[in-house]
Ligand binder design. Structure first.
Ligand code: NAD
Ligand code: MG
Length: 386
């Protein structure tokens, strides 16, 4: 029996993780769950899975959650510090990190320091703090298991292969809902259109990131850290059917891919079952139903976010943190209709240009840069992005 905590239980990955738990009651036991604001959903989850601890980040929801769980033995806490402390609950073997954005960094660092296995969905943690997070992982000697479908695919392809035999990583991208849009069409897209992903059902922020291709950029940086691979050896190929989740090329030229329906339950379950494999959480892949698979190159001009992420990743230091913060501000502004779709990359470009790069030395420094970048991006929003 594996004791787990789920950070971001009320989100898309969090809910899918609970489905995996529901299907494997003899293998997984939920000890702690955390949510951002949705206390009703968190209460419902707590009543079903009976963790020892339920934490809501939004302090104003504490009383409501406490009342909803009155009469149970579930401990209720609130606030950002309580979310971090949730990884300290005992007994705990693994932490599923499914908070969205840079807000996930500190809880993941705390979980690493506590020696928990990390099942990582929260890619922004590696984008913002890559070198420091990987150092901490090494020092604490904990397993870092990718949940992101592409990275789960790469991780699976690499199982059993000798070290140093990896030549190249090929990350697939669906291309998002605007893959075939012209520049003019991109100018007019609405949040409603951007929130409709052709293949995946996900939280709002990552769905917009998938439409701008920033998601693929963040994933390149994530892959760089997870698999200790140079940016020169990470390639993106657009594969609109999202059946091949990624591929690796070995030193002898052989290429191995992982395939499956686009459904996060499989990569989530593999992160929890590794190195074992459990019963399938989704129907079997049917290649005849898939019919055909196609591939094309990404367009870095129409989707400049991907180019900026690669640039920030290669630059290293604080730049990926700046990129990520500006992107979080830009995506939130787009969803609130304060800026247009094509102003997302524009705001990121201007924010990146307003920083001089420096080495990333401490998490504290990165959190400061994160705050500064958000402030600068917000000020540019007020004064006009272009
Ligand atoms: P989501 O928006 O559906 O859920 C996010 C969760 O984080 C919610 O529980 C929310 O309450 C919580 N949260 C948000 N801000 C918080 C804060 N400041 N403090 C504490 N909790 C907070 O997002 P999601 O789609 O589930 O994605 C979660 C993470 O997983 C993201 O980093 C995303 O990039 C990554 N991911 C998601 C998918 C997917 O299919 N949804 C796939 C791969 C990777
Ligand atoms: Mg992904």
């Amino acid at each position: 029996m594996k004791n787990i905590a789920i950070l971001g239980a009320t989100g898309s990955i969090g809910s899918s993780t609970l489905e995996v738990v529901r299907n494997n009651p003899d293998k997984l036991r939920v000890r702690a769950i955390t949510g951002g604001k949705k206390w009703q959903q968190l209460a419902k989850q707590a009543l079903e899975f009976k963790p020892d601890l339920a934490v809501i980040a939004d302090k104003s929801a504490y009383d409501l959650l406490k009342t909803a769980l009155a009469g149970t033995s579930i401990k209720v806490e609130a606030g950002a510090d309580a979310v971090i402390a949730a990884v300290e609950a005992e007994p705990l073997d693994a932490v599923v990190a499914a908070i969205v954005g840079a807000a996930g960094l500190l809880p993941v660092m705390a979980a690493i320091e506590k020696g928990r296995q990390i099942c990582l969905a929260n890619k922004e943690t590696l984008v913002v703090g890559g070198s420091l997070v990987m150092q901490a992982i090494k020092k604490a000697d904990v397993d870092l298991l990718p949940v992101d479908s592409e990275h789960s695919a790469i991780f699976q392809c690499l199982q059993g292969s000798p070290e140093k035999s990896l030549n190249k990583i090929i990350i697939t991208a669906s291309g998002g809902p605007f893959r075939t849009f012209s520049r003019e069409q991109l100018l007019a897209v609405t949040p409603e259109q951007a929130l409709k992903h052709p293949n995946w059902d996900m939280g709002g922020k990552i769905t917009i990131d998938s439409a701008t291709l920033m998601n693929k950029g963040l994933e390149i940086i994530e892959a760089h850290w997870l698999f200790n691979t140079d940016y020169d050896n990470i390639e993106v190929v657009v594969h609109p059917q999202s059946i091949i989740h990624s591929l690796v090329e070995f030193s002898d030229g052989s290429v191995i891919a992982q395939l499956g329906w686009p459904d996060m339950r499989l990569p989530i379950q593999y992160a929890l079952s590794w190195p074992q494999r459990w019963s399938p959480p989704v129907p079997a892949l049917d290649l005849v139903r898939v019919g055909s698979m196609t591939f094309e190159a990404p367009d870095l001009n129409r989707f400049a976010c991907l180019a900026y992420a690669i640039e920030a990743g290669r630059a290293g230091g604080i730049m990926p943190c700046v990129l990520n913060a500006a992107n979080e501000v830009a995506v939130a502004a787009f969803l609130k209709r304060k800026i247009g779709f094509t102003e997302i990359p524009a705001l990121i470009r201007r924010t990146m240009d307003s920083f001089t790069n420096q080495p990333a030395k401490t998490i504290g420094q990165l959190l400061e840069v994160d705050t500064q970048a958000r402030e600068k991006a917000a000020a540019m929003l007020t004064n006009g992005v272009n």
